[in-house]
Write a protein that binds this ligand. Sequence first.
Ligand SMILES: [Fe+2]
Ligand SMILES: [Fe+2]
Length: 265
Amino acid sequence: MDTPFQVLPEVSVLPAHAPIPGVGFLPINAFVIKAQEPVLVDTGMGIDTDEFIKALKSIIDLGELKWIVLTHDDPDHIGSFRKVLELVPNATIALNAIAAMRMNTTAPLPMDRLHWLNPGDSITAGNHKLTALRPPIFDNPTTIAFYDEKLNVLFSADCFGAIIPSPVQSAWDIPEEALDGGMTGWASSDSPWLHMVDKHKFNQALDTILHMNPKVVFSSHLPPAQGRLERLVKLLRAVPDSPPFVAPDQKALEMMLQQMKPEGL
Ligand SMILES: [Fe+2]
Ligand SMILES: [Fe+2]
């Protein structure tokens, strides 16, 4: 877990970085929107829960949080959710119904505190309207991204993610070549179905984001990207034609374990 930082007067990032051995880091971001009814978007990794709660408290008095918005039920998005739930007993939890049903298999959710959303549905967090949409790239069927109309920003869930060489606070601080390779690699590994996709339909989904034209993309897996949306979209358009990702195999694991052994063993 890294130090939180503010991007817009109303949006703070709770950043973490999962190391990918030999490759770099995967940013894992949660966000706080200081709306009239403050919103927490996602809850980081479980391995970070104590630090996550500390970081969250440094941004907002937990009693003020009115919404916990979950983009989907993957472990890197709901890691500290149960702890947050305990500490924020009055917030409404906005998520897709299927995510709620799946999370209920771990421990029961307070059903009367849930707000179920499908793409196209909105919640009103005081002076902010957050509209759910299906992002062009996702790794989980329960995924919803969120568009904040007032701020004209997009919380894009796993879409627009990248494996990056080192933690930074802006996508544009990543060297150009590293961003190109890191975003293509992430999209290909996280959503292998992109290599089977109808490219015309995929491009239409990307065009929807271009027309929306958010001034900042807040991806769960990229430092905030202010402006230059065309560049990000162009990178994703090329993913279906990129070489499919192949995960490290047993041989790679054995090599890694060998390197981890203390000298002399
Ligand atoms: Fe995911
Ligand atoms: Fe994720």
